[in-house]
Design a protein around this ligand. Structure first.
Ligand code: PLP
Length: 229
């Protein structure tokens, strides 16, 4: 068994244990494997071990990797920040974009989505803690942005994504994840019909699942430590 295969097995157990601890169904938490900085062979190994959805942060790196993996039916998710000059690459090559935080970016993605592809699946990135990492729409502006995004023809709004600052313990992590959950519930109460809460990484996925995450984005626990770049 390869390291990646073993890591994926252990991770699935971790996710199942976290679901059980919070009385949730394991089918309701999807695993997104974050392959940034790792080469196509690592992705192939994870694919061979049953993983189908992969997340990438850097458009150029992702597009090069996709070309080398075009023989595999992988679902690619863009989880990195999206600048205006990068929207075409995202609209053309990805199935999902998790980090939409401005209407202008959403409009470009919708306009540039090729007609032969299904709508781009989108999450709004919310800045839940105003931390040093300030990307994301402010919670008070999230509902208006979500409504505007939901009306764009070539996007399909699926939910919210957040990356809270590191928290010192489980309860603190759960509390900050719960802020994203509260915004998610608020939007659904307003009729947006969201089904995706993209929340939790290698270090805090248990707290995210306790708060209602439906998709954890995990890199290190599958592929190992990344080189700093
Ligand atoms: C890198 C990254 C991850 C994965 O982080 P790990 O700690 O390696 O699991 C998840 N989400 C986003 C947005 C990332 O950039």
């Amino acid at each position: 068994m390869t390291m990646i295969e073993r890591n994926l097995q252990q991770l699935r157990t971790r996710i199942a244990t976290a679901c059980q601890a919070s009385g949730r169904n394991v089918q309701d938490v999807a695993l997104l494997a974050v392959s940034k900085t790792f080469g196509p062979e690592a992705v192939r190994e994870a694919f061979a071990a049953g993983q189908r959805a992969f997340g990438e942060n850097y458009i150029q790196e992702a597009v090069e990797k996709m070309a080398l993996l075009a023989d595999l039916p992988i679902e690619w998710h863009c989880i990195g920040p999206i600048q205006s000059n990068k929207t075409r690459g995202v609209a053309t090559h990805f199935a999902w974009a998790h980090t939409v935080d401005r209407l202008k970016i959403a409009e470009r993605l919708s306009a540039q989505r090729p007609p032969e592809l299904p709508p781009l699946q989108v999450c709004i990135r919310v800045n839940v803690d105003g931390g040093a990492n300030k990307s994301g729409v402010a919670p008070g502006e999230a509902l208006a942005l979500a409504r505007a995004v939901a009306s764009l023809p070539r996007l399909r709004l699926r939910g919210l994504m957040a990356i809270p600052e590191h928290a010192p313990d489980f309860e603190a992590a759960r509390a900050v994840h719960m802020r994203a959950r509260a915004i998610f519930d608020h939007m659904n109460a307003a009729g947006l019909g969201l089904d995706t809460l993209s929340l939790g990484m290698s270090a805090d996925l248990e707290a995210a699942i306790a708060a209602g995450s439906t998709m954890v984005r995990v890199g290190t626990a599958i592929f190992g430590l990344r080189d700093v770049r």
